[in-house]
Structure formats: structure tokens, C-alpha cells
Design a protein around this ligand. Structure first.
Ligand code: HGY
Ligand code: MN
Ligand code: MN
Length: 414
């Protein structure tokens, strides 16, 4: 399939949005930080040009509704997230939003009798406040008010971040998606190596693995690095190091049943000539099986306590989030797979190791996900990329998928 001008235009748009960052030279855009307003401005302009009604809900999701007079009110929802990890690539999340807007344009060109809502979710990664999916939780009607008290590294609560962005946390309940919405489709890069390894452009997501996020702090005694003999130390750094290796070993021994990552380590006082008094670590543990995930988390928290006890330190662990594994909607996924096949592409069903807003939206709407190949399997990294021809393939499939949904809505035979 040759690459189209529209694929190049969408890729250029993702790269333009990637420059809207908290940092110079790197793409970092956390929940409701100033560059989010710039992304809203850009997408609002795009949505208005498409004749969409545009709002920002109380948790910062930017939402565009296309409600043609020739379509009934039940709308189909498309979207993905616009926040990023630090030093991110240009396509995780944003690609799904710009492709959703392209699908609105093609639905209009085809006078498709289907109302559409595009949502640019405000917070999926969980970088700023440690808990992901703040945006989609509100849309799915599952926003726990206790989340408003979470604080970022500067001590700013979620509630203040919302107010500082000019929004009213008291309105979060209004963010729920319309009661008669009929389904949700998220288009996203695979962020892994499977499709590329099999020479495939597209994948149909069967489910999204469950994930647990924890924070563990080892506390000992800071002391002078030059005068404190080795056997007299309560070193939080070496305790943390021992536990990090225990995390890696347990995950390796599980032979793929679960994967675990310690991605963050914050030492205090974080000076080369001071024995670390405390080290705060993150744990991200994922599995397709919730029972295995819970068991592994329990085992690793136990190991942390044992390491602390043996070394004369204290260890405090806090579970920040437990997200069960989620299956995509069977019927919606069948329509998507049929659309892949009818468009002439092989149907490759696969689970997602990455979390997505779709796993929260799936608790509220029949949900499906379409993956595009990730060259090199690289993501959450500036080298993240996508193949232009794969955008064309995904758009072809999604256009056919939406026309099927429209026919179903109109009680017409597929
Ligand atoms: O962390 C994840 O799995 C996703 O990229 N937010
Ligand atoms: Mn993502
Ligand atoms: Mn991500």
C-alpha cells in the first residue's frame, strides 16, 4: 500500500504536537501542565474546522462532538491520550487523537449517519501524580474523589492542578460519557515488537494486561561516606539495590507470567559523599492473570520487609493503583477484525502489555483497540516511530469499521 499525503500530514501533526513540551529538546507533557493548553489550542482549532462542538471537561479532557442532522444522537466515541511520559516519543496517545479527527473528516465526506465524539484524554500515563487514567476514569464515571488529594513532586494536589488549569473539580461528575454512547475505539501504536517481528502492519487487541503500581521506601541512616565503616551502616541504597534485583529475578523466574519494573529511585539526600538515608522506589507489575499479579506483588512486598529487617532498616510500601486485566468487547472486536479482513489485511489478535484508556472505557462502553506496528518495538522513548503506510491501513480499516457501526445503528444488514 502506498503512503498517502494524509498519512504524512498526520505524522507531521504528531511531530508538531510533540514540540509542545514542558522541556526544551525533549517531549514531556504531564497532566494539566502548561503545554497541555497549547495542545488543546491546536486540537480545538482542528475540531472547530471540522464543525465539531468543543468542550474541556473538569478533568481536562478535550472533547469534540460531531452530531450531523442526518444521524441519530447515540454517538460512537474515538480517542486516546495527550499526556506523555518524560522524554517521550511523538506517537504514544497523540496518534490516536489525530487519527480520530481524520475519521471524523472521512465520516463527513461519506455523510456517514453516525454521531462521533473524539476525546483527547488528559491523563493516562500517571507520571505527575503516580496514578494513571485520571481522564478516562472521569469519562467512564469512575473518578474516585480521593484522587483529588494526590500530590505531585512539588506537593501540588490534583485538585489544585485542576483549578490552576481553570477547571472546576466539582464538575467532574459531569464528565461522564453520554449514557447512550454505543462504543469506543482506540487506535494506538503497539509499543512492542510483536507485529513488526511477524511483518504485520496492524493488530486487533484482545485484552489489556492488569497492572499494579506501588511505591516502596527503604529508610536507614544517612551518614558520612568517608568516616562510616561498612559494617556500621544502615544504607538505604544497598537495601534498595538488593530488592530491585529480587524484583528482576522473580519476574525472570515467572517465565513471562508477569513482568515487573522498578523505573523510579529517589534517594535522599542524594549526594555522592553521603550514605543514602532513604530511597523511594516505584514498582510497576503487570500480568494477564490478576491472581498471579496479586501473588507476585505480595511476595515482593514480603521480600522488601525481609531485606529491611536483615539490614536493620525500615521499609514502607504503598499500593498506588491496582488495575485488573480487561478483555476488549467481543462483538466490537469481531466487527474490527472483520473490517481488518475485509480491507485485505491479516487479522492478528494480541494482548496489550501497555495500559490504555481503553481499559477504563471498557468498563463503561463496548470497547475495541486497533494497533499499528511499532518499528523496533520502541516506545516511551524519543526513537518511537510509526510507518506512514500503516496509518493508511489503519484509517482504511477504521473507516470500514465505523460504516459497519453506522449500519448497525440504522438496523441495516451489515
Ligand atoms: O504505562 C503504560 O502501559 C502506558 O503506556 N501508559
Ligand atoms: Mn499510550
Ligand atoms: Mn504510554
Amino acid at each position: 500500500m502506498t503512503r498517502s499525503a494524509r498519512a504524512d500530514r498526520l505524522l507531521a501533526e504528531c511531530r508538531l504536537i510533540a514540540e509542545m513540551s514542558e522541556e526544551v529538546e525533549r517531549t514531556t507533557r504531564r497532566f494539566l501542565t502548561p503545554p497541555v493548553a497549547a495542545v488543546h489550542e491546536h486540537l480545538r482549532h482542528r475540531m472547530k474546522a471540522l464543525g465539531m462542538a468543543v468542550t474541556v471537561d473538569a478533568v481536562g479532557n478535550l472533547r469534540g462532538i460531531w452530531q450531523p442532522e442526518y444521524a441519530g444522537s447515540p454517538r460512537f466515541v474515538l480517542g486516546s491520550h495527550i499526556d506523555t511520559v518524560p522524554n517521550a516519543g511523538a506517537f504514544d496517545g497523540v496518534l490516536g487523537v489525530v487519527m480520530a479527527l481524520e475519521l471524523v473528516a472521512s465520516a463527513q465526506a461519506a455523510a456517514l449517519p453516525l454521531a462521533l465524539e473524539v476525546i483527547a484524554f488528559s491523563e493516562e500515563e500517571g507520571v505527575r501524580f503516580g496514578v494513571p487514567f485520571l481522564g478516562s476514569r472521569a469519562v467512564a464515571g469512575r473518578f474516585d474523589p480521593q484522587l483529588l488529594a494526590l500530590r505531585d513532586l512539588e506537593g501540588v494536589p490534583v485538585e489544585t492542578a485542576i483549578r490552576d488549569f481553570g477547571l472546576d473539580p466539582a464538575q467532574i461528575d459531569q464528565a461522564s460519557v453520554a449514557h447512550d454512547a454505543v462504543g469506543y475505539l482506540e487506535i494506538h501504536i503497539e509499543q512492542g515488537p510483536v507485529l513488526e517481528a511477524e511483518g504485520l502492519q496492524l493488530g486487533v487487541v484482545t485484552g489489556i494486561v492488569g497492572q499494579t503500581r506501588c511505591e516502596l521506601t527503604f529508610s536507614g541512616h544517612a551518614n558520612h561516606a568517608g568516616t562510616t565503616p561498612m559494617h556500621l551502616r544502615s544504607d538505604a541504597m544497598t537495601a534498595a539495590a538488593e530488592w530491585i534485583l529480587a524484583v528482576e529475578n522473580l519476574a525472570l523466574e515467572s517465565d513471562g507470567a508477569f513482568i515487573a519494573t522498578v523505573g523510579k529511585a529517589l534517594a535522599k539526600p542524594n549526594a555522592s559523599n553521603v550514605i543514602a538515608g532513604s530511597v523511594c522506589l516505584s514498582l510497576d507489575l503487570r500480568s494477564e492473570r490478576d491472581d498471579l499479579r496479586d501473588q507476585a506483588v505480595f511476595e515482593l512486598l514480603e521480600r522488601a520487609s525481609a531485606i529491611a529487617r536483615r539490614r536493620g532498616l525500615i521499609c514502607v510500601g504503598k499500593i498506588q493503583m491496582q488495575q485488573p486485566a480487561v478483555s476488549m468487547d467481543e462483538q466490537m472486536t469481531a466487527y474490527l477484525a472483520e473490517s481488518v479482513e475485509a480491507s485485505g489485511f491479516p487479522v492478528r489478535r494480541l494482548p496489550s502489555g501497555a495500559g490504555h484508556d481503553a481499559m477504563v472505557m471498557a468498563t463503561r462502553l463496548p470497547t475495541a483497540m486497533l494497533f499499528l506496528r511499532s518499528p523496533g518495538g520502541i516506545s516511551h522513548h524519543p526513537d518511537e516511530s510509526v510507518v506512514a503506510e500503516d496509518l493508511d491501513a489503519a484509517l482504511l480499516v477504521a473507516e470500514l469499521f465505523l460504516s459497519r457501526i453506522a449500519r448497525i445503528q440504522d438496523n441495516k444488514p451489515l
